[in-house]
Design a protein around this ligand. Structure first.
Ligand code: HEM
Length: 138
């Protein structure tokens, strides 16, 4: 359980870093109407892989935590449990879905469209809004 927890915690840095790089670069490309080149496509691919790995590790961690938990029936009654077992996973799944759509749109376009930036921004908003910051960093 400890290894999976460490992996989920550590990989989150890479996920956030790649997400920020993706948003900034696609914004620069979209504003300057630059052609979609190999650099931005590679960044998109690495970002999507980072998000999907985090999602898979999160799912494994969730199953381990959930099966080891007593009193699963109290999830909706406790703010912390509701956050950990419902809000965090749901919003992270949404974040991964939006980032995957952003990358799929990027791959299909010749010039990076603004919709890619918007999908990536929505993804990062979902992600950053439901990270357990105090538990993670504090
Ligand atoms: C894909 C983007 C995701 C990111 C960036 C992310 C990030 C994080 C971070 C930073 C933590 C705190 C780690 C720590 O306390 O050291 C955490 C905890 C956790 N995550 Fe995720 N996560 C993601 C997806 C998921 C998914 C999809 C699930 C489940 C299906 C999940 C389940 C959990 C659980 C159960 C915890 C424990 C929370 C606690 O101990 O209070 N995560 N996540």
């Amino acid at each position: 359980m400890d290894f999976i927890k460490q992996l989920h915690s550590g990989w989150a840095y890479l996920t956030i870093l790649m997400g920020v790089i993706f948003v900034v670069l696609t914004l620069v490309y979209a504003i300057s109407k630059k052609d979609t080149d190999n650099v931005i496509k590679k960044i998109g691919l690495i970002t999507t892989i980072a998000f999907h790995v985090q999602l898979l590790v999160g799912l494994v961690y969730y199953i381990m935590r959930f099966t080891a938990m007593e009193g699963a029936g109290n999830i909706m009654k406790s703010d912390i449990l509701r956050f950990t077992f419902l809000e965090h996973p749901m919003m992270m799944i949404a974040a991964v879905a939006f980032m995957t759509i952003a990358n799929a749109k990027l791959k299909r376009s010749n010039i990076v469209p603004m919709t890619v930036v918007i999908f990536a921004l929505v993804s990062m908003a979902c992600l950053l809004s439901r990270i357990p910051w105090t538990i993670w960093l504090g």
